[in-house]
Design a protein around this ligand. Structure first.
Ligand code: ZN
Length: 319
């Protein structure tokens, strides 16, 4: 096999304890987690407070943000001021609050030049008959503000059913809440701007958590997009083939189910590989469920074998 000009970058994930988190990232994903309320695994992150470091090889110990800055050629010299994506695994043991994210324009203006937040989910696991909050039932801005200001939550909230293997595109402006029992792979813009619309009047340390009503009313899309446009199934996708799941202005994502040896061309600025099931080899190196690594720009062809499912994501270079 030809020597690689650049190695695959395996990353050390960072874990975040959350009041809604659980322990499945330890019990089922075999990560070394720091407690029993771990809600988020930041698997590929260049954010302050969760900047992943490279596990091994010539770049061992570098943070992803450092590499992005000092070795832009690894990522196809995209000329962006920050690594554009953030990949997480979420373990919701309890319901999360109902939230909405701004788009780039609003975040740039109101959140010190931050990016907005579009996010995409792959449902890794969920209970039978699971539902999540997604969208709302207000028909116009007036009704929206009346429902929110007067706490007409039952009328306001729209729920959608979710199944293992579903994919959901959460555009900025979409009211949403992840519910108890969901385990999700999340690909999102590198941002953490979240506006809390409603927290079920729950108390945290004896107090209500802060809501962001004005910002929420500013950014919520009215009317909500129809449910059928938000969610798709992935069952029955062909194996040993790159299946494009989504291409939007922020990211492009594929699913690859390997059952026989497969040669994959790395023809993107970079490819983030997240192994979500099974195990196998990439160019002779062992990989398994829970591994996340980046194939840099000049990686060339990857020779994959084994029995595994991989979600592959990249920044959309056409943007
Ligand atoms: Zn969100």
């Amino acid at each position: 096999m030809r020597e690689k000009r650049q190695p695959a970058l395996f990353l050390n994930p960072v874990f975040k304890q959350m009041i809604w988190g659980g322990n499945r990232l330890g019990t089922e994903w075999k990560y070394q987690i720091p407690g029993d309320h771990v809600g988020e695994c930041w698997a590929v992150s260049a954010r302050q407070g969760g900047d992943c470091t490279v596990k091994n090889g010539i770049y061992k110990g570098y943070t992803l943000s450092e590499l992005w800055e000092k070795k832009p050629e690894l990522f196809g010299n995209m000329g962006l001021d920050r690594f554009p994506l953030l990949i997480k695994i979420l373990d919701a043991k309890k319901d999360l609050s109902i939230q909405v994210h701004p788009d780039d324009t609003y975040a740039n203006l109101h959140e010190n030049g931050s990016l907005g937040k579009a996010e995409w989910w792959y449902v890794l696991d969920c209970p039978e008959n699971a539902e999540m909050v997604f969208g709302h039932n207000a028909r116009n801005k007036e009704e929206l503000s009346d429902m929110i200001n007067n706490g007409r939550w039952k009328e306001f909230i729209r729920k959608i059913s979710v199944k293992k293997g579903d994919i959901i595109q959460n555009e900025p402006g979409t009211v949403h809440a992840i519910t108890a029992g969901l385990l999700l792979l999340e690909v999102q813009q590198n941002s953490d701007i979240t506006y809390r619309v409603y927290d079920y009047d729950r108390l945290s340390d004896g107090k209500l958590r802060q809501l962001h009503i004005k910002e929420s009313l500013d950014v919520i899309t009215v009317p909500a997009r129809p449910e059928a446009e938000c969610r798709e199934k992935t069952d029955g996708l062909p194996q040993n083939k790159l299946n494009l799941l989504i291409s939007c202005e922020f990211y492009k994502i594929w699913k690859l189910d390997i059952t026989t040896p497969f040669v994959m061309k790395q023809d993107q600025p970079f490819m983030i590989m997240s192994v979500i099931e099974g195990e196998g080899l990439i160019d002779g190196q062992k990989i398994q469920k829970g591994d996340h690594f980046i194939l840099p720009a000049e990686y060339g062809e990857a020779y994959l074998q084994g029995n595994m499912q991989i979600i592959i994501s990249t920044c959309n270079p056409e943007k």
